[in-house]
Design a protein around this ligand. Structure first.
Ligand SMILES: NC(=O)c1ccc[n+]([C@@H]2O[C@H](COP(=O)([O-])OP(=O)(O)OC[C@H]3O[C@@H](n4cnc5c(N)ncnc54)[C@H](O)[C@@H]3O)[C@@H](O)[C@H]2O)c1
Length: 254
């Protein structure tokens, strides 16, 4: 990506979902540091205030599971910035629940946010990317999509779906110059983990236990995941497509 600042009309354009917190927020920061203009998508209306001072960021508030949200994000990118070079499908919700306590609504709503959203946004950006001669889609999965983790049947299924989806799409669109890759984080220090752990009897002990399951003996900072996303999105990864990159402190190497 070009090194420039602000709102240079020749700068690349990225759509980032789940941009108001954690990995998505850090990813927007990485892109902006490289001059990439961003359409930041989040269900949380606070996203508007987060990026209000940056003319290089347009905010779309909406649920990624709704088809109109992807359509609005694509319209914001094309009408506001004139192109779409990168899509980061990052928005997701977590569910830590045994299968027998997982309701049909739990399953359907998690699939809608975590998997259907990836389908809707990918489908929506491809006509513009193909017309431009290429682009890069980075989908955020999880170690839960690669290995079995207890009480994560629904969440893990959504994250495994993203891996299979991304490999199939990488092959389908390769000839049009669009690359599709996956980042699979281990535990990351964001509200995604902090909020459910806070509800447990000893949150700090639980965080220490989670950290110890990663060979590097700690959890990730969201910026470490954003760096991997930024790499896969960038021209430095121009011959990389269809890969799943664990950013997991060695978790899946065990
Ligand atoms: N935090 C972890 O330990 C961890 C581990 C592995 C993978 N991941 C993945 O990393 C990604 C980012 O997670 P995070 O830790 O930054 O989470 P986070 O909770 O800090 O941020 C997620 C953001 O997504 C938004 N969002 C949620 N549902 C949405 C919807 N339906 N429509 C639009 N926006 C929605 C939230 O408002 C929030 O701003 C997710 O895909 C998650 O599955 C996280």
């Amino acid at each position: 990506m070009a090194e420039n600042s602000g709102t240079d009309a020749s700068a690349p354009v990225a759509i980032v979902t789940g941009a108001a917190s954690g990995v998505g927020f850090e990813t927007v920061g990485r892109f902006r540091a490289r001059g990439t203009r961003v359409v930041a998508v989040d269900a949380d209306a606070d996203a508007v205030a987060l990026f209000a001072d940056d003319a290089g960021v347009d905010v779309v508030v909406g649920d990624v599971a709704e088809p109109t949200t992807a359509e609005r994000a694509v319209a914001a990118a094309l009408d506001g910035f004139g192109r779409i070079d990168v899509l980061v499908n990052n928005a997701a919700r977590f569910l830590l629940r045994p299968i027998v306590e997982t309701s049909l609504d739990d399953w359907d709503s998690l699939m809608a946010t975590n998997a259907r959203g990836v389908f809707l946004f990918s489908r929506a950006v491809l006509p513009a990317m193909t017309a431009q001669g290429g682009g890069s889609i980075v989908n955020v999965s999880s170690i839960s999509g690669l290995v079995g983790l207890s009480n994560q049947v629904a969440y893990g299924a959504t994250k495994g779906a993203i891996v299979a989806f991304s490999k199939a799409l990488a092959i389908e669109v390769a000839a049009s110059g669009v690359r599709v890759n996956v980042v699979a984080p281990g535990t990351v220090d964001t509200p995604f983990v902090r909020v459910p752990v806070q509800a447990l009897p000893d949150p700090e002990a639980t965080m220490r236990e989670i950290a110890a399951t990663h060979p590097l003996q700690r959890i990730a900072h969201p910026a470490e995941v954003a760096d991997a996303i930024a790499y896969l999105a960038s021209p430095e990864a121009s011959f990389v497509t269809g890969v799943v990159l664990p950013v997991d402190g060695g978790y899946t190497a065990q």
